[in-house]
Write a protein that binds this ligand. Structure first.
Ligand SMILES: C[S@@+](CC[C@H](N)C(=O)[O-])C[C@H]1O[C@@H](n2cnc3c(N)ncnc32)[C@H](O)[C@@H]1O
Length: 262
């Protein structure tokens, strides 16, 4: 991470008004924006934190993107999970090194990136996606973030219900799809006793149906939450919340699978 920028890497370029651009660096390439053009070769080989200047003299600060920067800037097929909610999912579903995680749908791959970082190579992430175009988009985004698809990630094109026929077992299941209750019997069978099931849903009626289905299936400690984040404007003259915020994204629900006699 402390090495100079290399060909093929993504750089986050930030102008003097805080506008952010995600650029894949290629020798001989040029980045064009409202402030002129920047040869990629100015960034390549320089240290992170360097300031480069465009052909018209506009300054751009060069950084490696954080996961949150990458997720908000990467090309999307399906709607991504916002970074604030990714954080809540990782903590509430207690996803950490070594966990075996089942995910669906992969969508654009935003959550898959975070899951892979959380489990690390000693864990495993299996992610199902119904749509071939989204599966391809997610694959490209995972390659873009990590350089290549992590060896511990298995991106599968298909219905997550197919996991029931594989005999695989997981410690965690994360479902970001519209009707989690419809896949619950199949994915639930692959979740270990005491394991955590997490759903991410945009509306309260979906949450209610999911929670009732989880309780009926024997899940305990079922909790639902949402995350409201307000950024603040801080200067010498004034300190106040930003005028605008992302008011609603989705609800996170988690529950733990109860032991059942085989
Ligand atoms: C909102 S997107 C997921 C976005 C993803 N979490 C991200 O952060 O990029 C929901 C995805 O679930 C997929 N999907 C819906 N039902 C599915 C199923 N039964 N099995 C696998 N994927 C499914 C859809 O095709 C869609 O791409």
């Amino acid at each position: 991470m402390s090495a100079p920028f290399e060909p093929g890497e993504r750089a986050l370029l930030i102008d003097d008004r805080g506008r952010r651009f995600l650029v894949r660096l290629q020798p001989g390439g040029t980045f064009h924006f409202h402030g002129g053009a920047v040869p990629h070769d100015l960034v390549l080989g320089s240290e992170e934190g360097t300031v480069v200047h465009s052909t018209t003299g506009a300054a751009l600060w060069c950084l490696r993107p954080r996961l949150a920067d990458f997720v908000l800037k990467m090309p999307r097929g399906a709607q991504v999970i916002y970074p604030k909610d990714i954080g809540a999912i990782l903590v509430e579903a207690d996803i950490g090194p070594g966990n075996r995680v089942l995910e669906a749908g992969t969508g654009s791959g935003a959550l898959s990136i975070a899951l892979c970082r959380a489990t690390g190579p000693e864990g495993k992430v299996v992610s199902y996606e119904l749509r071939a175009d989204f599966h391809q988009r997610a694959t490209a985004n995972l390659e873009g973030f990590f350089g290549k698809v992590p060896a511990w990630l298995d991106l599968r094109l298909g219905d997550v219900r197919e996991v029931a026929g594989t005999g695989e077992r997981f410690d965690r299941v994360v479902l970001d799809l519209p009707e989690p209750w419809a896949v619950l019997p199949d994915v639930g069978a692959s979740l270990s006793s005491g394991g955590i099931l997490c759903t991410y849903l945009p509306t309260v009626n979906q949450v209610q149906e999911a929670v009732l289905a989880m309780r009926a299936a024997g899940y305990e400690e079922v909790d639902t939450l949402e995350v409201l984040v307000r950024f603040w404007h801080v200067t010498e003259r004034s300190v106040r919340p930003d005028h605008r915020m992302v008011a609603h994204t989705g609800f996170v629900t988690v529950g733990r699978k109860a032991y059942a006699e085989p």
